[in-house]
Write a protein that binds this ligand. Structure first.
Ligand code: MEV
Length: 309
């Protein structure tokens, strides 16, 4: 039996702009997806998604003339990453599955870089035009400053510092529910806004880039106020981009009185916007979230990324 596990992620700053070559800051979180493959006597019926994952792996093994044996197997997937809420569940599936299949068929273990490149191909099948940030966070873990320069060149800088305690201890994940729109639809929506009004949208992307860099500085300097400022600035810009539904935008505004907040991931147009990152500066956050009927959890980060079990 071969098993790998990969974490989910949250984008601290820079979602959407990252699709267009701007940098973003992402962190792997301590929610994981586990894939187990065990030899089987009979062929199992596979989903179209799984067939796609398998074909990417076979294509790679064939193109590199790596020896491998085709064998029947049973798949077992377990996950505590919420699906469709901006926490990178599909990326974690792609990363853990690629690692498992490569080893199952070839008997060899592969570098994370290679697993990440193949997982990116799968993400493109799932989401159309992803930046590659989700699979990179899941594969490498930790805190990553990510920038896609070209389709074939992504700068994935794993930062050698962590989110300091004075910030982490005030961070919450607030669940607004599963957006009606998929990540692909949200990315397409921003694409159409960019076509309609390139100069305005590019200006928003430039300001998002500034907020993302400000957030890196805030983390490095352990500057809570600067972190809150960068976070709220990023939220305002995402609202201007149109990826936060009017309804949620109004409901969430109350959180600003207690600190700062932003959506994390692709957002939503009609109602729910997935998970929202909330920084409580007041010390009243938990009570307030409860009174307002929000569902929330504490946020913990992951340093390991892809792990062989
Ligand atoms: C999705 O987690 C983040 C987006 O920026 C899309 C992407 O980068 O692939 C919305």
């Amino acid at each position: 039996m071969i098993a790998y596990s990969a974490p989910g992620k949250i984008i601290l700053s820079g979602e959407h702009a990252v699709v267009y070559g701007r940098p973003a800051l992402v962190a792997a979180v301590n929610k994981r997806l586990k894939v187990k493959l065990a030899p089987a006597k009979r062929k199992e019926e596979k989903t179209p998604e799984w067939k796609q994952i398998e074909s990417v792996v076979f294509e790679y093994l064939n193109s590199e003339r790596i020896d491998f044996k085709i064998k029947d197997y049973k798949i077992d997937i377990e996950s505590d990453i919420p699906v469709g809420r901006g926490m990178g569940s599909s990326a974690a599936l792609a990363v853990a599955s690629v690692a498992c299949l490569l080893e199952f068929f070839s008997g060899k273990r592969f570098e994370k870089e290679l697993v990440n490149n193949l997982a990116y191909k799968i993400e493109k099948y799932f989401h159309g035009r992803p930046s590659g940030i989700d699979n990179s966070a899941s594969c490498f873990g930790g805190l990553i400053f990510f920038r896609k320069e070209f389709e074939f060149l992504k700068v994935i800088s794993k930062l050698n510092f962590k989110i300091p305690d004075n910030i982490q201890s005030r961070l919450y994940l607030v669940d607004t529910g599963k957006p009606k729109e998929s990540t692909k639809q949200m990315v397409d929506f921003v694409g159409s806004r960019l076509n309609e009004n390139p100069s305005r949208i590019r200006l928003i992307f430039s300001e998002i880039e500034r907020a993302s860099k400000q957030m890196v500085v805030a983390i490095l300097k352990e500057d809570l106020e600067l972190f809150a400022k960068a976070m709220q600035k990023n939220q305002d810009l995402l609202e201007r981009l149109g990826v936060v539904s009017k309804r949620m935008s109004q409901r969430l505004k109350v959180l600003q009185d207690l600190g700062a907040y932003k959506i994390t991931g692709a957002g939503g147009l009609q109602e729910a916007v997935g998970f929202v990152l909330f920084l409580d500066l007041s010390g009243e956050g938990e009570r307030f979230l409860k009174d307002q009927g929000f569902s929330w959890s504490r946020l913990k980060f992951d340093q390991q990324g892809l792990v062989r079990l």
